[in-house]
Design a protein around this ligand. Structure first.
Ligand code: AMP
Ligand code: GLY
Length: 425
């Protein structure tokens, strides 16, 4: 089969790297792709916002399956248009993608099907939001309801801060229409974990568990980022907890959507807080996690292309994913200044040496410039090492990370520390 992957990050490089390993795959394309996908696939320059352009390309190149990486194209219905054109697509439709593109849709669905989440109120009026916030304790959480590039969640330590955030969103429109409605919700405490599953709308197959590190600096401090690293498996989720999350969160979500006429095909990612009252949903994503995917896919033994096609065709029944028992760690190498402003075009050295050290190197913000590979984004590379336990996986990863350099390089030195502490090594 011929496959087109949409996206340009580390997640999409990992998808291309794994899809390419399938003996069933003939031609593999990525749009717009990055320096890494140009090695594992053919990069093509399409305007993904123009769905007809994507459809025309698929027809010309006889693409059998489109795999959508990021949420933005899903939120505007690229899957609906590709399906209408008779092209199989892995990724939910517009209606289903509202689980991520509208936090209100997600919250209301959770309410209808008794799926555990933080208690909340929805506001489109600032005065009413302020009155409510002033009647509540702190910390309190204020969220823009739409897609805000990961910046729309404010954990306010004081009522003043919460009121200011509500004003920023509702009155000053700092997130545009994504903040025209807000959710004010209960602050939850506990350890965070995520569950990522693949579904055809009826059958559900969980992927290996994983955990990311969202903060920029060691010790989970500093600003939130897209993710500075990840590891798989996540020891916080044992078999019993996984079972509980499947029964109380994942199955009711997929069934609830189906009950409302929405067949969810693709990846469903639930971000959870493990509170002392049990798991609570923080958010849903409608796509693979980044950088979780970079830590998960190197452990997958099954044929990913075959699985994605089965889900796109609407039948993954009987498909069981086979996993490598080794553990995997992904350390993200970022540009100095990320997630704030940073410089681009820095020459990357040591990539070959890192590969020789046994790591897998996934590219994110890179570009091939003649014989050189240069930086072109905030998150530049993901180095992945494996080991028989988390400690060995961490050591193998940092051995490879040490070989790589570029001007201003920044990475965390403590990826996986919570998992190491949990197993007590
Ligand atoms: P979200 O995009 O909704 O997952 O929020 C981003 C991050 O904010 C999460 O990963 C949590 O660390 C934090 N967060 C979101 N909602 C809450 C909540 N109700 N209580 C505590 N932390 C939260
Ligand atoms: N790593 C978090 C996400 O993909 O949303």
């Amino acid at each position: 089969m011929n496959v087109l992957v949409i996206g340009s990050g580390g997640r999409e490089h990992a998808l291309c790297w794994k899809i390419k390993q399938s003996p069933k795959v003939k031609d593999l394309y990525c749009t717009p792709g990055n320096g890494g996908t140009s090695i594992d696939a053919k990069n093509v320059d399409l305007n993904v916002e123009e769905h007809q352009q994507v459809i025309d390309f698929c027809r010309k190149k006889k693409i059998d399956l489109v795999v959508v990486g990021p949420e933005a194209p899903l939120a505007v219905g690229i899957s609906d248009d590709l399906e209408k054109a008779g092209i199989f697509v892995f990724g939910p439709t517009y209606a289903a993608a509202r689980m991520e593109s509208s936090k209100i849709f997600a919250k209301e669905l959770m309410g209808r099907y008794n799926i555990p989440t933080a208690s909340f109120r929805i506001f489109d009026n600032f005065e009413k939001a302020e009155e409510y916030i002033r009647s509540q304790g702190t910390p309190i959480v204020v969220k823009a309801y739409g897609l805000a590039a990961g910046k729309g969640v404010i954990i306010a330590e004081t009522q003043e801060e919460a009121v200011k955030s509500a004003k920023d969103m509702l009155v000053d429109k700092v997130f545009g229409s994504a903040g025209s409605k807000i959710i004010v919700e209960e602050y939850l405490t506990g350890e965070e974990a995520s569950i990522i599953v693949m579904t055809d709308g009826e059958n559900i197959t969980p992927l290996a568990t994983s955990q990311d590190h969202k903060r920029a600096f060691d010790g989970d401090t500093g600003p939130n980022t897209g993710g500075m690293g990840a590891y798989s498996p996540a020891p916080v989720i044992n078999d019993e907890l996984l079972d509980q999350i499947m029964q109380t969160v994942i199955c009711p979500t997929v069934e609830g959507l189906r009950n409302e006429g929405i067949l969810y095909k693709g990846v469903l990612y639930a971000g959870l807080m493990m509170t002392d009252k049990g798991p609570r949903v923080l958010e849903y994503n409608v796509r693979f996690g980044d950088p979780e995917t970079q830590a998960i896919l190197p452990r997958m033994r099954s044929d990913l292309a075959e699985l994605l096609m089965a889900a796109a065709k609407g039948d993954i029944s009987g498909k069981v994913i086979d996993w490598d028992t080794r553990e995997a760690v992904c350390v993200v190498l970022a540009s100095g200044g990320y997630p704030g402003s940073y410089e681009k075009g820095k020459v990357i050295t040591g990539l070959e040496e890192a590969l020789d050290a046994g790591a897998i190197i996934f590219h994110a913000g890179t570009r091939v410039d003649g014989k050189k590979v240069v930086t072109s984004g905030g998150r530049v590379l993901g180095a992945v090492g494996m080991g028989s336990d988390i400690k060995e996986a961490v050591d193998n990863t940092y051995m490879a990370v040490d070989k790589i350099n570029f001007d201003g390089i920044h990475y965390r030195k403590d990826i996986g520390y919570r998992a190491i502490a949990r197993v007590g090594t």
